[in-house]
Ligand binder design. Structure first.
Ligand code: KIV
Length: 289
């Protein structure tokens, strides 16, 4: 971020922002807490491999999520439910290796933490020791609070995930917007305060009404990260394949596509195939003698 585009408070004090300042070390939970205090918004993207993670890291994305959305976006599953610890561990290690500056958060996949807080700790410790991630994310409010508490006590930074929790797709009967109506909105606010009290350093709010997300954001001292939750959150997250136009088929309403990579990659592949068939590749400059 150029100084001209810094928020007024930082311009006045000359303090570097989350984007301009943390260039020679990883972004930490303290940087994110300070950003909330300053009122500075930030962006998170998913990443599933070293190559694209490196591009996002160089582009200044401060937090990368090795989401279990890898199930749908990368591994060819229909939902996030089948994703395993082994898959998360391997791809998380690649994302850490491909980056220098971003904080890397890994999802705890379905079945790796619901049994007990001790199971959650075992899974989180594996991802921190084996893959080198800097934090983990898990779904659920009050029901997940004991696990969050134990992880935080053990030194594991935890990002909570409320609203639409895709690991519960079969219980929810799809991917409906959450938190509509008095009872559901009060429960979501209670859940948010409970995971914050348990020690979560931030809270993802997925597919909830914008007004409710803005209220939660105002009432929490930890940053909220919205996806389909309006502009009132402290941060936003998108699945990178949605954001870049790689996704095939239905794209959720809350996604903005910043590129059309699927079309561009398809064009490149078709051109390469045509060149090979026509013997126009390899050309002289691609050949050894
Ligand atoms: O797995 C994922 O990518 C996520 C984000 C959508 C928040 O959980």
């Amino acid at each position: 971020m150029q100084n001209g585009s810094l928020p007024p408070a930082q311009k006045a004090s000359g303090t570097a922002s989350l984007y301009g300042g943390v260039t020679n070390r990883r972004v930490t939970v303290r940087d994110l807490a300070a950003a909330k205090t300053r009122g500075e918004r930030w962006a998170m993207l998913t990443a599933y491999d070293a190559l694209t993670a490196g591009v996002f890291d160089e582009s200044g994305v401060p937090v990368l999520l090795v989401g279990d959305s890898m199930g749908n976006c990368h591994l060819g599953y229909d939902t996030t439910v089948p994703v395993t610890m082994d898959e998360i561990a391997i791809l998380s290690a690649a994302v850490v290796r491909g980056t220098k500056r971003a904080m890397v958060v890994a999802d705890l996949p379905f079945g790796s933490y619901q049994e007990s807080p001790a199971q959650a700790l075992r899974s989180a410790v594996r991802l921190m020791k084996e893959s080198g991630v800097h934090a983990v994310k898990l779904e659920g409010g009050e029901r997940s609070a004991p696990a969050i508490e134990l992880l935080v006590q053990a030194g594991v930074p935890v990002m909570a995930h409320l609203g639409l929790t895709p690991q519960s797709v079969h219980a929810l009967g799809g991917y409906p917007v959450q938190g509509r109506g008095d009872e559901a909105s009060h429960q979501l606010l209670r859940d948010a305060k409970t995971v914050q009290a348990a020690g979560a350093f931030s809270v993802v709010l997925e597919a909830v009404p914008a007004e409710l997300a803005a209220q939660v954001t105002k009432e929490l001292h930890v940053p909220t990260v919205g996806i389909g939750a309006g502009v009132g959150c402290d941060a936003q997250v998108l699945v990178w394949t949605d954001m870049a136009g790689m996704t095939d088929g239905h794209v959720p309403r809350f996604v903005k596509q910043y590129a059309n990579l699927r079309a561009e990659l398809g064009r490149a592949a078709r051109e390469y195939v045509d060149d090979v068939r026509a013997a126009t590749f390899p050309a002289e400059e691609h050949s050894f003698h």
